[in-house]
Design a protein around this ligand. Structure first.
Ligand code: NAP
Length: 290
Protein backbone atom coordinates (compact mmCIF):
# COMPACT_ATOMS: atom_id res chain seq x y z
CA UNK A 1 0.00 0.00 0.00
CA UNK A 2 1.33 3.46 -0.89
CA UNK A 3 1.66 6.49 1.42
CA UNK A 4 -1.73 8.00 2.30
CA UNK A 5 -2.64 10.99 0.11
CA UNK A 6 -4.23 12.84 3.03
CA UNK A 7 -3.78 12.69 6.75
CA UNK A 8 -7.38 13.22 7.87
CA UNK A 9 -10.54 12.83 5.80
CA UNK A 10 -13.81 14.29 7.08
CA UNK A 11 -17.05 12.97 5.60
CA UNK A 12 -20.17 15.01 6.30
CA UNK A 13 -23.13 12.71 5.61
CA UNK A 14 -22.08 9.03 5.71
CA UNK A 15 -24.95 7.77 3.54
CA UNK A 16 -24.64 5.65 0.39
CA UNK A 17 -21.97 7.86 -1.19
CA UNK A 18 -20.23 9.10 1.98
CA UNK A 19 -19.94 5.63 3.50
CA UNK A 20 -18.71 4.19 0.19
CA UNK A 21 -15.96 6.82 0.12
CA UNK A 22 -14.99 5.92 3.68
CA UNK A 23 -14.90 2.20 2.90
CA UNK A 24 -12.90 2.68 -0.32
CA UNK A 25 -10.51 5.20 1.23
CA UNK A 26 -9.76 2.81 4.07
CA UNK A 27 -9.38 -0.19 1.79
CA UNK A 28 -6.97 1.71 -0.46
CA UNK A 29 -5.05 3.34 2.41
CA UNK A 30 -5.86 6.72 0.84
CA UNK A 31 -5.96 8.51 4.21
CA UNK A 32 -4.67 7.95 7.74
CA UNK A 33 -7.76 8.87 9.70
CA UNK A 34 -11.47 9.09 8.85
CA UNK A 35 -13.81 11.32 10.85
CA UNK A 36 -17.51 11.58 10.10
CA UNK A 37 -20.68 13.28 11.25
CA UNK A 38 -24.32 12.65 10.37
CA UNK A 39 -27.22 14.82 11.48
CA UNK A 40 -29.21 12.02 13.15
CA UNK A 41 -28.10 10.07 16.23
CA UNK A 42 -29.45 6.91 14.53
CA UNK A 43 -27.08 7.19 11.56
CA UNK A 44 -24.16 8.11 13.84
CA UNK A 45 -24.91 5.03 15.94
CA UNK A 46 -25.12 2.81 12.85
CA UNK A 47 -21.83 4.12 11.45
CA UNK A 48 -20.18 3.44 14.81
CA UNK A 49 -21.55 -0.12 14.76
CA UNK A 50 -20.33 -0.67 11.21
CA UNK A 51 -16.85 0.47 12.25
CA UNK A 52 -16.19 2.24 8.95
CA UNK A 53 -14.83 5.46 10.49
CA UNK A 54 -12.10 6.08 13.04
CA UNK A 55 -14.19 8.73 14.77
CA UNK A 56 -17.89 9.56 14.69
CA UNK A 57 -18.58 13.03 16.08
CA UNK A 58 -21.75 14.95 16.89
CA UNK A 59 -21.29 18.17 14.95
CA UNK A 60 -20.09 19.02 11.45
CA UNK A 61 -17.80 21.66 12.98
CA UNK A 62 -16.03 19.00 15.09
CA UNK A 63 -15.72 16.72 12.06
CA UNK A 64 -13.80 19.21 9.91
CA UNK A 65 -11.43 20.48 12.59
CA UNK A 66 -7.91 19.50 11.52
CA UNK A 67 -9.13 17.66 8.39
CA UNK A 68 -7.03 17.96 5.22
CA UNK A 69 -9.82 16.76 2.96
CA UNK A 70 -13.48 17.49 3.69
CA UNK A 71 -16.16 15.89 1.50
CA UNK A 72 -19.74 17.04 1.98
CA UNK A 73 -22.05 14.13 1.06
CA UNK A 74 -25.51 15.49 1.96
CA UNK A 75 -28.45 16.28 -0.37
CA UNK A 76 -27.72 19.16 -2.78
CA UNK A 77 -30.29 21.45 -1.13
CA UNK A 78 -28.45 21.54 2.21
CA UNK A 79 -24.83 21.80 0.98
CA UNK A 80 -24.89 25.61 1.34
CA UNK A 81 -26.01 25.43 4.98
CA UNK A 82 -23.36 22.84 5.75
CA UNK A 83 -20.67 25.01 4.08
CA UNK A 84 -21.72 27.96 6.26
CA UNK A 85 -21.59 25.78 9.35
CA UNK A 86 -18.14 24.30 8.74
CA UNK A 87 -16.46 27.42 7.27
CA UNK A 88 -15.06 28.89 10.52
CA UNK A 89 -13.64 25.51 11.57
CA UNK A 90 -11.76 24.52 8.42
CA UNK A 91 -8.00 23.97 8.55
CA UNK A 92 -5.91 26.37 6.47
CA UNK A 93 -5.00 24.74 3.15
CA UNK A 94 -7.70 22.06 3.41
CA UNK A 95 -9.44 20.81 0.28
CA UNK A 96 -13.22 21.10 0.53
CA UNK A 97 -15.27 19.03 -1.89
CA UNK A 98 -18.72 17.51 -2.27
CA UNK A 99 -20.43 14.76 -4.28
CA UNK A 100 -23.61 16.54 -5.34
CA UNK A 101 -25.30 15.44 -8.56
CA UNK A 102 -25.64 19.10 -9.63
CA UNK A 103 -22.64 21.41 -9.80
CA UNK A 104 -23.64 24.99 -10.74
CA UNK A 105 -25.90 25.32 -7.67
CA UNK A 106 -23.22 23.79 -5.42
CA UNK A 107 -20.63 26.33 -6.57
CA UNK A 108 -23.13 29.14 -5.98
CA UNK A 109 -24.38 27.81 -2.62
CA UNK A 110 -21.15 26.59 -1.01
CA UNK A 111 -18.49 28.83 -2.59
CA UNK A 112 -19.39 32.16 -0.94
CA UNK A 113 -19.25 30.67 2.58
CA UNK A 114 -15.79 29.15 2.28
CA UNK A 115 -12.74 31.09 3.46
CA UNK A 116 -10.04 32.12 0.97
CA UNK A 117 -7.41 29.94 2.65
CA UNK A 118 -9.00 26.61 1.64
CA UNK A 119 -9.31 25.01 -1.80
CA UNK A 120 -12.84 24.39 -3.06
CA UNK A 121 -12.99 21.58 -5.62
CA UNK A 122 -16.57 20.38 -6.23
CA UNK A 123 -16.94 16.83 -7.52
CA UNK A 124 -19.57 14.38 -8.71
CA UNK A 125 -18.88 10.66 -8.70
CA UNK A 126 -21.21 9.36 -11.41
CA UNK A 127 -21.93 6.18 -9.51
CA UNK A 128 -24.73 5.12 -7.26
CA UNK A 129 -27.61 2.83 -6.60
CA UNK A 130 -31.26 3.38 -5.72
CA UNK A 131 -30.47 2.60 -2.05
CA UNK A 132 -29.62 5.04 0.73
CA UNK A 133 -27.87 5.15 4.09
CA UNK A 134 -24.59 3.81 5.49
CA UNK A 135 -25.61 0.16 5.10
CA UNK A 136 -26.07 0.63 1.35
CA UNK A 137 -22.47 1.76 0.75
CA UNK A 138 -19.66 -0.47 -0.53
CA UNK A 139 -15.97 0.06 -1.33
CA UNK A 140 -16.22 -0.93 -5.00
CA UNK A 141 -18.94 1.60 -5.88
CA UNK A 142 -16.56 3.87 -7.78
CA UNK A 143 -14.60 1.17 -9.64
CA UNK A 144 -14.38 2.09 -13.31
CA UNK A 145 -16.92 4.92 -12.88
CA UNK A 146 -16.37 8.55 -13.74
CA UNK A 147 -15.82 11.23 -11.17
CA UNK A 148 -16.28 14.72 -12.62
CA UNK A 149 -14.41 17.58 -10.96
CA UNK A 150 -15.74 21.10 -11.54
CA UNK A 151 -13.25 23.53 -9.96
CA UNK A 152 -14.38 27.17 -10.13
CA UNK A 153 -12.11 29.45 -12.18
CA UNK A 154 -8.85 30.25 -10.41
CA UNK A 155 -8.77 27.09 -8.24
CA UNK A 156 -5.28 25.96 -7.32
CA UNK A 157 -4.24 23.32 -9.90
CA UNK A 158 -2.33 21.30 -7.30
CA UNK A 159 -5.46 20.95 -5.17
CA UNK A 160 -7.41 19.72 -8.21
CA UNK A 161 -4.60 17.24 -8.92
CA UNK A 162 -4.58 15.94 -5.35
CA UNK A 163 -8.33 15.36 -5.38
CA UNK A 164 -8.09 13.69 -8.80
CA UNK A 165 -5.43 11.33 -7.39
CA UNK A 166 -7.68 10.52 -4.44
CA UNK A 167 -10.60 9.58 -6.71
CA UNK A 168 -8.34 7.52 -8.98
CA UNK A 169 -7.09 5.63 -5.94
CA UNK A 170 -10.74 4.87 -5.11
CA UNK A 171 -11.07 3.30 -8.57
CA UNK A 172 -12.67 6.15 -10.51
CA UNK A 173 -11.72 7.74 -13.82
CA UNK A 174 -11.51 11.50 -13.49
CA UNK A 175 -12.60 14.24 -15.85
CA UNK A 176 -12.57 18.00 -15.28
CA UNK A 177 -15.25 20.29 -16.75
CA UNK A 178 -17.07 23.52 -15.95
CA UNK A 179 -20.03 23.31 -13.55
CA UNK A 180 -22.49 24.48 -16.21
CA UNK A 181 -21.33 21.94 -18.76
CA UNK A 182 -21.58 19.20 -16.15
CA UNK A 183 -25.18 20.20 -15.45
CA UNK A 184 -26.13 20.05 -19.11
CA UNK A 185 -24.50 16.65 -19.65
CA UNK A 186 -26.08 15.15 -16.52
CA UNK A 187 -29.48 16.66 -17.34
CA UNK A 188 -29.71 14.38 -20.35
CA UNK A 189 -27.80 11.34 -19.08
CA UNK A 190 -29.26 11.14 -15.58
CA UNK A 191 -31.84 13.75 -14.59
CA UNK A 192 -34.19 13.36 -17.57
CA UNK A 193 -34.18 9.52 -17.34
CA UNK A 194 -35.07 9.72 -13.65
CA UNK A 195 -37.91 12.14 -14.36
CA UNK A 196 -39.29 9.87 -17.06
CA UNK A 197 -39.02 6.79 -14.81
CA UNK A 198 -40.82 8.53 -11.94
CA UNK A 199 -43.50 9.69 -14.38
CA UNK A 200 -44.13 6.25 -15.90
CA UNK A 201 -44.55 4.65 -12.48
CA UNK A 202 -47.12 7.35 -11.62
CA UNK A 203 -48.92 6.93 -14.95
CA UNK A 204 -49.14 3.16 -14.54
CA UNK A 205 -50.40 3.50 -10.99
CA UNK A 206 -53.18 5.90 -11.95
CA UNK A 207 -54.64 3.64 -14.64
CA UNK A 208 -58.16 2.44 -13.92
CA UNK A 209 -58.32 -0.40 -16.42
CA UNK A 210 -54.95 -2.01 -15.60
CA UNK A 211 -54.44 -3.05 -11.98
CA UNK A 212 -51.28 -2.54 -9.94
CA UNK A 213 -50.85 -6.31 -9.59
CA UNK A 214 -51.00 -6.68 -13.39
CA UNK A 215 -48.29 -4.04 -13.77
CA UNK A 216 -46.09 -5.97 -11.31
CA UNK A 217 -46.90 -9.35 -12.83
CA UNK A 218 -46.03 -8.33 -16.39
CA UNK A 219 -43.27 -5.86 -15.55
CA UNK A 220 -40.62 -7.89 -17.40
CA UNK A 221 -42.02 -6.37 -20.60
CA UNK A 222 -39.88 -3.29 -20.01
CA UNK A 223 -41.41 -1.60 -16.97
CA UNK A 224 -39.13 -3.30 -14.45
CA UNK A 225 -35.79 -2.50 -16.13
CA UNK A 226 -36.84 0.93 -17.18
CA UNK A 227 -38.20 2.09 -13.83
CA UNK A 228 -35.60 0.66 -11.42
CA UNK A 229 -34.26 4.17 -10.89
CA UNK A 230 -37.69 5.40 -9.77
CA UNK A 231 -36.95 3.68 -6.45
CA UNK A 232 -34.32 6.36 -5.72
CA UNK A 233 -34.43 8.74 -2.78
CA UNK A 234 -37.12 11.45 -3.19
CA UNK A 235 -35.25 14.13 -1.21
CA UNK A 236 -32.18 13.75 -3.36
CA UNK A 237 -34.17 13.95 -6.59
CA UNK A 238 -36.35 16.85 -5.49
CA UNK A 239 -33.16 18.80 -4.77
CA UNK A 240 -31.58 17.85 -8.10
CA UNK A 241 -34.54 19.13 -10.15
CA UNK A 242 -34.77 22.34 -8.14
CA UNK A 243 -31.04 22.92 -8.42
CA UNK A 244 -30.68 22.07 -12.12
CA UNK A 245 -33.86 23.75 -13.30
CA UNK A 246 -32.53 25.48 -16.42
CA UNK A 247 -30.68 22.52 -17.93
CA UNK A 248 -33.49 20.08 -17.13
CA UNK A 249 -36.12 22.38 -18.68
CA UNK A 250 -33.97 22.70 -21.79
CA UNK A 251 -33.69 18.90 -22.13
CA UNK A 252 -37.37 18.37 -21.32
CA UNK A 253 -38.32 20.82 -24.07
CA UNK A 254 -36.30 18.86 -26.62
CA UNK A 255 -37.60 15.55 -25.32
CA UNK A 256 -41.22 16.72 -25.53
CA UNK A 257 -40.69 17.75 -29.15
CA UNK A 258 -39.28 14.32 -29.98
CA UNK A 259 -42.14 12.55 -28.18
CA UNK A 260 -44.61 14.72 -30.11
CA UNK A 261 -43.02 13.66 -33.40
CA UNK A 262 -43.33 9.98 -32.42
CA UNK A 263 -46.90 10.53 -31.22
CA UNK A 264 -47.75 11.97 -34.61
CA UNK A 265 -46.08 9.06 -36.43
CA UNK A 266 -48.07 6.53 -34.38
CA UNK A 267 -51.32 8.44 -34.86
CA UNK A 268 -50.82 8.60 -38.65
CA UNK A 269 -49.60 5.02 -38.90
CA UNK A 270 -46.27 6.30 -40.24
CA UNK A 271 -44.28 3.06 -39.90
CA UNK A 272 -41.34 4.41 -41.90
CA UNK A 273 -40.83 7.28 -39.48
CA UNK A 274 -40.96 4.91 -36.50
CA UNK A 275 -38.64 2.37 -38.12
CA UNK A 276 -36.14 5.06 -39.08
CA UNK A 277 -36.10 6.53 -35.59
CA UNK A 278 -35.74 3.14 -33.86
CA UNK A 279 -32.97 2.04 -36.27
CA UNK A 280 -31.03 5.24 -35.71
CA UNK A 281 -31.40 5.21 -31.93
CA UNK A 282 -30.72 1.47 -31.62
CA UNK A 283 -27.37 2.00 -33.32
CA UNK A 284 -26.55 4.81 -30.91
CA UNK A 285 -27.59 2.77 -27.86
CA UNK A 286 -25.54 -0.23 -29.05
CA UNK A 287 -22.51 2.05 -29.15
CA UNK A 288 -22.91 2.76 -25.42
CA UNK A 289 -21.43 -0.02 -23.29
CA UNK A 290 -23.94 -1.54 -20.89
P1 NAP B 1 -28.08 9.17 1.58
O1 NAP B 1 -27.63 7.77 1.52
O2 NAP B 1 -29.53 9.47 1.82
O3 NAP B 1 -27.23 9.92 2.72
C1 NAP B 1 -27.43 11.28 2.96
C2 NAP B 1 -26.61 11.75 4.14
O4 NAP B 1 -26.89 13.15 4.31
C3 NAP B 1 -26.97 11.09 5.47
O5 NAP B 1 -25.82 11.05 6.27
C4 NAP B 1 -27.99 12.06 6.06
O6 NAP B 1 -27.99 12.10 7.46
C5 NAP B 1 -27.47 13.39 5.58
N1 NAP B 1 -28.55 14.37 5.45
C6 NAP B 1 -29.75 14.20 4.83
N2 NAP B 1 -30.48 15.31 4.93
C7 NAP B 1 -29.73 16.20 5.61
C8 NAP B 1 -29.96 17.53 6.07
N3 NAP B 1 -31.12 18.16 5.81
N4 NAP B 1 -28.97 18.15 6.74
C9 NAP B 1 -27.80 17.51 7.00
N5 NAP B 1 -27.54 16.24 6.62
C10 NAP B 1 -28.50 15.61 5.94
O7 NAP B 1 -27.70 10.00 0.28
P2 NAP B 1 -26.66 9.67 -0.91
O8 NAP B 1 -27.34 8.83 -1.92
O9 NAP B 1 -25.36 9.22 -0.32
O10 NAP B 1 -26.52 11.12 -1.57
C11 NAP B 1 -25.69 12.11 -1.00
C12 NAP B 1 -25.24 13.07 -2.08
O11 NAP B 1 -24.61 12.33 -3.12
C13 NAP B 1 -26.37 13.88 -2.74
O12 NAP B 1 -25.95 15.22 -2.88
C14 NAP B 1 -26.51 13.25 -4.11
O13 NAP B 1 -26.87 14.22 -5.07
C15 NAP B 1 -25.11 12.72 -4.37
N6 NAP B 1 -25.04 11.55 -5.26
C16 NAP B 1 -25.89 10.49 -5.07
C17 NAP B 1 -25.82 9.40 -5.91
C18 NAP B 1 -26.76 8.22 -5.74
O14 NAP B 1 -26.94 7.43 -6.67
N7 NAP B 1 -27.40 8.06 -4.60
C19 NAP B 1 -24.85 9.35 -6.94
C20 NAP B 1 -23.95 10.41 -7.06
C21 NAP B 1 -24.07 11.51 -6.21
P3 NAP B 1 -28.96 11.21 8.41
O15 NAP B 1 -28.91 9.81 7.86
O16 NAP B 1 -28.31 11.34 9.73
O17 NAP B 1 -30.31 11.81 8.32
Amino acid sequence: MSEPLFDTLAIIGPGLIGSSIMRAAREQGAVRTIVTCSRSPETRQRVTELGIADKVVETNAQAVEGADLVIVCVPVGVCGTVAEEIAPHLKEGAIVSDVGSVKGAIVRDMGPHLPGNVHFVPAHPVAGTEHSGPDAGFAELFDGRWCILTPPEGTDAQAVDRLAKFWRLLGANVEVMTPDHHDLVLAVTSHLPHLIAYTIVGTADELETVTRSEVLKFSAGGFRDFTRIAASDPTMWRDIFLANKEAVLEMLGRFNEDVSALTKAIRHGDGDALFEQFTRTRAIRRGVSS
